[in-house]
Design a protein around this ligand. Sequence first.
Ligand SMILES: *Cc1c(COP(=O)(O)O)cnc(C)c1O
Length: 416
Amino acid sequence: MIQSRTLAECDPQVDEIIKKEILRQQETLTLIPSENYASKAVLKAQGSLFTNKYAEGYPGKRYYRGCQWIDEIEKLAIERAKKLFKAEYVNVQVHSGTQANIVVYQALLNPGDTIFSLNLSHGGHLSHGKKGTFPYKYHRIVNYGVDRETEQFDYDEIRRLARKYRPHLIIVGASAYPRLIEFKPWRKIADEVGAYLLVDAAHIIGLIAAGFHPDPIPYADVVTATTQKTLRGPRGGLILCKKDFSDKIDKAVFPGTQGGPFIHIIAAKAVCFKEATEPEFKDYQHQIILNSKALANTLIEEGFRLVTGGTDNHLILADLSHLEITGERAAFLLEEAGIITNKNCIPFDPQPPSITSGIRLGTPALTTRGMKEPQLEIIGKWISEILHKPDKKNLRKSIKEKVKKLCQDFPIYKDL
Ligand SMILES: *Cc1c(COP(=O)(O)O)cnc(C)c1O
Protein backbone atom coordinates (compact mmCIF):
# COMPACT_ATOMS: atom_id res chain seq x y z
CA MET A 1 0.00 0.00 0.00
CA ILE A 2 1.45 3.31 -1.14
CA GLN A 3 0.49 4.97 2.13
CA SER A 4 2.54 2.63 4.28
CA ARG A 5 5.90 2.57 2.50
CA THR A 6 8.91 4.05 4.22
CA LEU A 7 10.56 7.02 2.58
CA ALA A 8 13.46 4.80 1.49
CA GLU A 9 11.01 2.36 -0.16
CA CYS A 10 8.89 5.07 -1.75
CA ASP A 11 11.56 7.49 -2.88
CA PRO A 12 15.18 6.40 -2.46
CA GLN A 13 16.33 9.52 -4.31
CA VAL A 14 14.88 11.95 -1.74
CA ASP A 15 15.87 9.64 1.10
CA GLU A 16 19.46 9.68 -0.13
CA ILE A 17 19.59 13.48 -0.39
CA ILE A 18 18.22 13.83 3.16
CA LYS A 19 20.89 11.44 4.43
CA LYS A 20 23.57 13.50 2.70
CA GLU A 21 22.22 16.67 4.32
CA ILE A 22 22.25 15.01 7.77
CA LEU A 23 25.91 14.15 7.19
CA ARG A 24 26.67 17.70 5.99
CA GLN A 25 25.08 19.19 9.11
CA GLN A 26 26.91 16.71 11.35
CA GLU A 27 30.34 17.18 9.75
CA THR A 28 30.47 20.95 9.30
CA LEU A 29 30.49 23.91 11.66
CA THR A 30 27.40 26.12 11.29
CA LEU A 31 28.31 29.70 12.14
CA ILE A 32 25.31 31.26 10.45
CA PRO A 33 23.66 33.17 13.33
CA SER A 34 20.11 32.57 12.09
CA GLU A 35 20.53 28.78 12.02
CA ASN A 36 20.18 26.23 14.78
CA TYR A 37 19.43 22.53 15.37
CA ALA A 38 15.85 21.84 16.45
CA SER A 39 15.52 19.14 19.10
CA LYS A 40 14.27 15.65 18.29
CA ALA A 41 11.10 16.53 20.20
CA VAL A 42 10.50 19.55 17.96
CA LEU A 43 11.20 17.50 14.81
CA LYS A 44 8.82 14.78 15.98
CA ALA A 45 5.96 17.22 16.53
CA GLN A 46 6.73 18.92 13.22
CA GLY A 47 6.56 15.58 11.41
CA SER A 48 3.24 14.64 13.03
CA LEU A 49 0.01 13.99 11.16
CA PHE A 50 -1.38 17.34 12.25
CA THR A 51 -0.09 18.18 8.78
CA ASN A 52 -3.21 16.44 7.42
CA LYS A 53 -5.75 18.80 8.95
CA TYR A 54 -7.43 21.95 7.69
CA ALA A 55 -8.34 24.42 10.44
CA GLU A 56 -8.97 27.88 8.97
CA GLY A 57 -10.01 30.22 11.74
CA TYR A 58 -8.96 30.30 15.38
CA PRO A 59 -9.59 28.02 18.42
CA GLY A 60 -13.35 27.71 18.97
CA LYS A 61 -14.09 29.55 15.70
CA ARG A 62 -13.10 27.17 12.90
CA TYR A 63 -14.53 26.82 9.41
CA TYR A 64 -13.98 23.03 9.55
CA ARG A 65 -15.21 20.29 11.88
CA GLY A 66 -12.84 17.82 13.51
CA CYS A 67 -10.76 20.48 15.21
CA GLN A 68 -10.97 19.29 18.82
CA TRP A 69 -7.27 18.44 19.18
CA ILE A 70 -6.25 21.21 16.83
CA ASP A 71 -7.87 23.71 19.20
CA GLU A 72 -6.16 22.09 22.14
CA ILE A 73 -2.70 22.24 20.56
CA GLU A 74 -3.07 25.84 19.33
CA LYS A 75 -4.39 27.02 22.72
CA LEU A 76 -1.48 25.26 24.43
CA ALA A 77 1.04 26.96 22.15
CA ILE A 78 -0.59 30.36 22.74
CA GLU A 79 -0.72 29.95 26.53
CA ARG A 80 2.91 28.84 26.68
CA ALA A 81 4.10 31.76 24.54
CA LYS A 82 2.03 34.26 26.58
CA LYS A 83 3.61 33.00 29.77
CA LEU A 84 7.13 32.78 28.37
CA PHE A 85 7.12 36.36 27.06
CA LYS A 86 4.58 37.92 29.44
CA ALA A 87 2.70 39.05 26.34
CA GLU A 88 -0.91 40.24 26.34
CA TYR A 89 -1.73 38.54 23.05
CA VAL A 90 -0.10 35.94 20.82
CA ASN A 91 -0.61 34.68 17.28
CA VAL A 92 1.17 31.39 16.54
CA GLN A 93 -0.32 30.80 13.08
CA VAL A 94 1.91 33.11 11.09
CA HIS A 95 4.09 31.04 8.76
CA SER A 96 7.40 32.95 8.94
CA GLY A 97 9.20 36.03 10.17
CA THR A 98 8.76 37.84 6.86
CA GLN A 99 5.07 37.07 6.82
CA ALA A 100 4.76 38.25 10.43
CA ASN A 101 6.05 41.66 9.32
CA ILE A 102 3.71 41.75 6.32
CA VAL A 103 0.85 40.97 8.71
CA VAL A 104 1.76 44.00 10.80
CA TYR A 105 1.79 46.27 7.72
CA GLN A 106 -1.58 44.86 6.67
CA ALA A 107 -3.01 45.29 10.20
CA LEU A 108 -1.75 48.78 11.04
CA LEU A 109 -1.07 50.66 7.81
CA ASN A 110 -2.89 52.02 4.79
CA PRO A 111 -1.34 51.98 1.32
CA GLY A 112 1.11 54.87 0.99
CA ASP A 113 1.83 55.12 4.72
CA THR A 114 5.44 55.61 5.72
CA ILE A 115 7.62 52.88 7.26
CA PHE A 116 10.82 53.95 9.01
CA SER A 117 13.32 51.10 9.19
CA LEU A 118 17.02 50.19 9.36
CA ASN A 119 18.95 50.29 6.10
CA LEU A 120 19.51 46.75 4.80
CA SER A 121 23.23 47.37 4.33
CA HIS A 122 23.50 48.54 7.97
CA GLY A 123 22.00 45.31 9.30
CA GLY A 124 18.29 45.63 8.45
CA HIS A 125 16.08 42.94 6.89
CA LEU A 126 14.61 42.58 3.39
CA SER A 127 11.09 42.50 4.83
CA HIS A 128 11.53 46.02 6.24
CA GLY A 129 11.02 47.53 2.79
CA LYS A 130 13.82 46.60 0.40
CA LYS A 131 13.19 47.56 -3.20
CA GLY A 132 11.33 44.77 -4.96
CA THR A 133 9.40 43.55 -1.90
CA PHE A 134 5.72 43.85 -0.97
CA PRO A 135 6.16 46.70 1.57
CA TYR A 136 8.26 48.67 -0.93
CA LYS A 137 5.47 48.47 -3.46
CA TYR A 138 2.67 49.61 -1.13
CA HIS A 139 4.38 51.95 1.34
CA ARG A 140 6.82 54.83 1.44
CA ILE A 141 10.03 53.45 2.92
CA VAL A 142 12.44 55.73 4.76
CA ASN A 143 15.63 54.23 6.20
CA TYR A 144 17.83 55.18 9.09
CA GLY A 145 21.39 53.88 9.43
CA VAL A 146 23.99 53.44 12.13
CA ASP A 147 26.53 56.09 13.07
CA ARG A 148 29.68 56.06 10.90
CA GLU A 149 32.01 56.19 13.92
CA THR A 150 30.36 53.94 16.50
CA GLU A 151 28.47 51.76 13.99
CA GLN A 152 25.63 51.81 16.54
CA PHE A 153 22.29 53.63 16.69
CA ASP A 154 22.54 57.39 17.08
CA TYR A 155 19.25 58.36 18.74
CA ASP A 156 19.61 62.10 18.03
CA GLU A 157 19.94 61.40 14.33
CA ILE A 158 17.13 58.83 14.36
CA ARG A 159 14.86 61.32 16.15
CA ARG A 160 15.75 64.04 13.64
CA LEU A 161 14.82 61.78 10.71
CA ALA A 162 11.63 60.58 12.41
CA ARG A 163 10.51 64.17 12.96
CA LYS A 164 11.31 65.03 9.36
CA TYR A 165 9.54 62.07 7.72
CA ARG A 166 6.69 61.51 10.24
CA PRO A 167 6.45 57.72 9.77
CA HIS A 168 3.28 55.78 10.62
CA LEU A 169 5.36 52.78 11.67
CA ILE A 170 8.85 52.58 13.15
CA ILE A 171 10.62 49.22 12.93
CA VAL A 172 13.54 48.36 15.17
CA GLY A 173 15.20 45.01 14.78
CA ALA A 174 18.05 43.69 12.70
CA SER A 175 19.72 40.70 11.11
CA ALA A 176 23.27 41.90 11.65
CA TYR A 177 23.50 44.19 14.69
CA PRO A 178 25.96 42.79 17.25
CA ARG A 179 24.91 44.97 20.20
CA LEU A 180 22.03 44.97 22.67
CA ILE A 181 19.13 47.25 21.79
CA GLU A 182 17.36 49.29 24.48
CA PHE A 183 13.74 49.78 23.47
CA LYS A 184 12.78 52.70 25.70
CA PRO A 185 14.36 55.36 23.44
CA TRP A 186 12.50 53.89 20.46
CA ARG A 187 9.16 54.09 22.28
CA LYS A 188 9.90 57.69 23.09
CA ILE A 189 10.66 58.59 19.48
CA ALA A 190 7.56 56.70 18.28
CA ASP A 191 5.39 58.62 20.74
CA GLU A 192 6.94 61.93 19.75
CA VAL A 193 5.96 61.45 16.10
CA GLY A 194 2.74 59.45 16.69
CA ALA A 195 4.01 56.24 15.10
CA TYR A 196 3.37 52.61 15.93
CA LEU A 197 6.45 50.75 17.18
CA LEU A 198 7.21 47.32 15.74
CA VAL A 199 10.09 45.40 17.28
CA ASP A 200 11.33 42.70 14.91
CA ALA A 201 13.01 40.30 17.32
CA ALA A 202 13.58 37.52 14.76
CA HIS A 203 17.22 37.04 15.73
CA ILE A 204 17.20 37.83 19.44
CA ILE A 205 13.94 36.26 20.59
CA GLY A 206 15.74 33.37 22.34
CA LEU A 207 17.98 35.78 24.24
CA ILE A 208 14.87 37.76 25.22
CA ALA A 209 13.05 34.61 26.39
CA ALA A 210 15.97 33.77 28.68
CA GLY A 211 16.44 37.32 29.98
CA PHE A 212 19.79 38.05 28.30
CA HIS A 213 18.51 40.86 26.09
CA PRO A 214 16.40 43.91 27.00
CA ASP A 215 12.71 43.02 26.78
CA PRO A 216 10.73 44.76 24.00
CA ILE A 217 7.30 43.65 25.24
CA PRO A 218 6.70 46.62 27.61
CA TYR A 219 7.54 49.13 24.86
CA ALA A 220 6.43 47.73 21.50
CA ASP A 221 2.93 47.80 20.05
CA VAL A 222 3.80 44.59 18.23
CA VAL A 223 6.76 42.21 18.43
CA THR A 224 7.41 39.84 15.52
CA ALA A 225 9.80 36.92 15.65
CA THR A 226 10.87 33.64 14.12
CA THR A 227 10.87 30.36 16.02
CA GLN A 228 13.77 28.71 14.16
CA LYS A 229 16.64 31.04 15.06
CA THR A 230 17.82 31.53 18.66
CA LEU A 231 14.54 30.08 19.96
CA ARG A 232 15.58 26.73 18.38
CA GLY A 233 12.10 25.65 17.36
CA PRO A 234 10.52 24.78 14.01
CA ARG A 235 10.80 27.07 10.98
CA GLY A 236 8.00 29.54 11.66
CA GLY A 237 6.77 32.96 12.73
CA LEU A 238 5.39 34.43 15.94
CA ILE A 239 3.53 37.65 16.76
CA LEU A 240 3.23 39.10 20.27
CA CYS A 241 1.11 42.21 20.72
CA LYS A 242 -0.93 44.44 22.99
CA LYS A 243 -4.55 43.34 23.43
CA ASP A 244 -5.76 46.42 21.56
CA PHE A 245 -4.25 45.10 18.34
CA SER A 246 -5.30 41.45 18.74
CA ASP A 247 -8.30 41.59 16.41
CA LYS A 248 -6.49 43.44 13.66
CA ILE A 249 -3.47 41.14 13.87
CA ASP A 250 -5.53 37.93 13.84
CA LYS A 251 -7.54 39.14 10.84
CA ALA A 252 -4.40 40.21 9.01
CA VAL A 253 -2.97 36.70 9.49
CA PHE A 254 -6.18 34.89 8.50
CA PRO A 255 -7.78 35.64 6.09
CA GLY A 256 -5.57 38.69 5.42
CA THR A 257 -2.41 36.99 4.27
CA GLN A 258 -2.75 33.24 4.92
CA GLY A 259 -5.15 30.35 4.52
CA GLY A 260 -5.04 27.22 6.65
CA PRO A 261 -2.57 27.25 9.55
CA PHE A 262 0.29 24.72 9.67
CA ILE A 263 -0.93 22.81 12.73
CA HIS A 264 2.09 20.46 12.76
CA ILE A 265 4.33 23.54 12.99
CA ILE A 266 2.13 25.00 15.74
CA ALA A 267 2.55 21.71 17.65
CA ALA A 268 6.32 22.05 17.26
CA LYS A 269 6.14 25.69 18.38
CA ALA A 270 4.35 24.52 21.55
CA VAL A 271 7.22 22.09 22.23
CA CYS A 272 9.79 24.82 21.61
CA PHE A 273 8.05 27.20 24.05
CA LYS A 274 8.11 24.46 26.68
CA GLU A 275 11.82 23.85 26.08
CA ALA A 276 12.42 27.59 26.42
CA THR A 277 11.01 27.63 29.96
CA GLU A 278 13.41 24.94 31.17
CA PRO A 279 16.50 25.95 33.20
CA GLU A 280 18.78 24.33 30.62
CA PHE A 281 17.54 26.84 28.03
CA LYS A 282 18.68 29.75 30.16
CA ASP A 283 22.14 28.20 30.47
CA TYR A 284 22.12 27.62 26.72
CA GLN A 285 21.34 31.26 25.88
CA HIS A 286 23.98 32.46 28.34
CA GLN A 287 26.56 30.17 26.75
CA ILE A 288 25.65 31.50 23.27
CA ILE A 289 26.79 34.95 24.42
CA LEU A 290 29.91 33.65 26.20
CA ASN A 291 30.84 31.75 23.04
CA SER A 292 30.17 34.77 20.85
CA LYS A 293 32.46 36.90 23.02
CA ALA A 294 35.16 34.20 23.01
CA LEU A 295 35.07 34.04 19.20
CA ALA A 296 35.08 37.84 18.95
CA ASN A 297 38.09 38.17 21.26
CA THR A 298 40.02 35.53 19.34
CA LEU A 299 39.36 37.30 16.04
CA ILE A 300 40.40 40.64 17.53
CA GLU A 301 43.64 39.07 18.80
CA GLU A 302 44.17 37.72 15.28
CA GLY A 303 43.96 41.25 13.91
CA PHE A 304 40.39 41.38 12.62
CA ARG A 305 38.28 44.53 12.85
CA LEU A 306 34.81 43.75 14.15
CA VAL A 307 31.91 46.07 13.41
CA THR A 308 31.20 48.09 16.62
CA GLY A 309 34.43 46.61 18.03
CA GLY A 310 32.86 43.45 19.44
CA THR A 311 29.58 41.82 20.41
CA ASP A 312 26.98 41.72 23.19
CA ASN A 313 24.79 39.08 21.61
CA HIS A 314 24.89 35.92 19.52
CA LEU A 315 26.54 37.39 16.43
CA ILE A 316 29.66 39.03 15.09
CA LEU A 317 30.22 41.07 11.95
CA ALA A 318 33.83 40.89 10.79
CA ASP A 319 35.23 43.51 8.41
CA LEU A 320 37.69 41.84 6.02
CA SER A 321 38.86 44.98 4.22
CA HIS A 322 42.36 44.80 5.74
CA LEU A 323 42.86 41.31 4.29
CA GLU A 324 41.92 42.46 0.82
CA ILE A 325 39.50 39.59 0.59
CA THR A 326 35.77 40.02 -0.07
CA GLY A 327 32.98 38.52 2.04
CA GLU A 328 31.94 36.46 -0.97
CA ARG A 329 35.39 34.87 -1.34
CA ALA A 330 35.89 34.45 2.42
CA ALA A 331 32.63 32.50 2.85
CA PHE A 332 33.62 30.30 -0.11
CA LEU A 333 37.10 29.55 1.29
CA LEU A 334 35.71 28.80 4.76
CA GLU A 335 33.17 26.38 3.28
CA GLU A 336 36.06 24.46 1.70
CA ALA A 337 37.26 23.85 5.26
CA GLY A 338 33.80 22.84 6.51
CA ILE A 339 33.09 26.19 8.19
CA ILE A 340 29.71 27.52 7.08
CA THR A 341 29.16 31.29 7.23
CA ASN A 342 27.57 34.01 5.13
CA LYS A 343 28.89 37.09 3.39
CA ASN A 344 27.40 40.24 4.85
CA CYS A 345 27.52 43.97 4.15
CA ILE A 346 29.25 46.07 6.78
CA PRO A 347 27.91 49.60 7.42
CA PHE A 348 28.95 51.96 4.57
CA ASP A 349 30.26 48.96 2.63
CA PRO A 350 32.00 49.99 -0.61
CA GLN A 351 31.13 46.56 -2.10
CA PRO A 352 27.68 45.60 -3.41
CA PRO A 353 25.50 43.17 -1.36
CA SER A 354 26.39 40.30 -3.70
CA ILE A 355 30.11 40.70 -2.87
CA THR A 356 30.39 42.54 0.51
CA SER A 357 33.40 43.37 2.68
CA GLY A 358 32.29 41.30 5.64
CA ILE A 359 31.20 37.96 7.00
CA ARG A 360 28.60 37.35 9.68
CA LEU A 361 29.31 34.75 12.35
CA GLY A 362 27.06 33.48 15.11
CA THR A 363 27.17 30.89 17.87
CA PRO A 364 23.61 29.56 18.47
CA ALA A 365 24.13 26.35 16.47
CA LEU A 366 27.59 25.47 17.80
CA THR A 367 26.38 26.16 21.34
CA THR A 368 23.51 23.70 20.82
CA ARG A 369 26.17 21.07 20.02
CA GLY A 370 27.71 21.71 23.45
CA MET A 371 30.74 23.69 22.30
CA LYS A 372 32.18 26.21 24.75
CA GLU A 373 34.86 28.91 24.83
CA PRO A 374 37.88 26.61 24.16
CA GLN A 375 36.28 25.26 20.97
CA LEU A 376 35.28 28.76 19.81
CA GLU A 377 38.86 29.96 20.31
CA ILE A 378 40.17 27.11 18.15
CA ILE A 379 37.56 27.83 15.48
CA GLY A 380 38.46 31.54 15.54
CA LYS A 381 42.10 30.65 14.89
CA TRP A 382 41.15 28.35 12.01
CA ILE A 383 39.06 31.13 10.45
CA SER A 384 41.98 33.52 10.80
CA GLU A 385 44.49 31.09 9.28
CA ILE A 386 42.26 30.35 6.30
CA LEU A 387 41.54 34.01 5.57
CA HIS A 388 45.13 35.12 6.06
CA LYS A 389 46.39 32.43 3.65
CA PRO A 390 43.76 32.23 0.90
CA ASP A 391 46.25 30.69 -1.54
CA LYS A 392 46.88 27.63 0.62
CA LYS A 393 44.39 25.03 -0.57
CA ASN A 394 46.13 22.30 1.45
CA LEU A 395 45.64 24.29 4.64
CA ARG A 396 41.87 24.29 4.06
CA LYS A 397 42.02 20.57 3.42
CA SER A 398 43.83 19.86 6.67
CA ILE A 399 41.53 22.15 8.67
CA LYS A 400 38.54 20.38 7.13
CA GLU A 401 39.79 17.13 8.68
CA LYS A 402 40.17 18.83 12.08
CA VAL A 403 36.67 20.30 11.73
CA LYS A 404 35.29 16.84 11.05
CA LYS A 405 37.01 15.47 14.15
CA LEU A 406 35.69 18.33 16.32
CA CYS A 407 32.20 17.72 14.95
CA GLN A 408 32.43 14.03 15.87
CA ASP A 409 33.18 15.06 19.46
CA PHE A 410 30.08 17.30 19.47
CA PRO A 411 27.35 15.44 17.56
CA ILE A 412 24.10 17.25 16.73
CA TYR A 413 22.17 14.39 18.32
CA LYS A 414 23.47 11.63 20.61
CA ASP A 415 23.00 8.91 18.01
CA LEU A 416 24.85 10.68 15.21
C1 LIG B 1 15.32 36.23 9.73
C2 LIG B 1 14.64 37.53 9.84
C3 LIG B 1 13.32 37.70 9.41
C4 LIG B 1 12.60 36.72 8.52
O1 LIG B 1 12.42 35.49 8.90
P1 LIG B 1 11.94 34.37 7.87
O2 LIG B 1 11.34 33.37 8.79
O3 LIG B 1 13.16 33.90 7.17
O4 LIG B 1 10.96 34.96 6.94
C5 LIG B 1 12.70 38.90 9.67
N1 LIG B 1 13.33 39.89 10.30
C6 LIG B 1 14.61 39.78 10.70
C7 LIG B 1 15.25 40.93 11.39
C8 LIG B 1 15.31 38.61 10.47
O5 LIG B 1 16.59 38.51 10.82
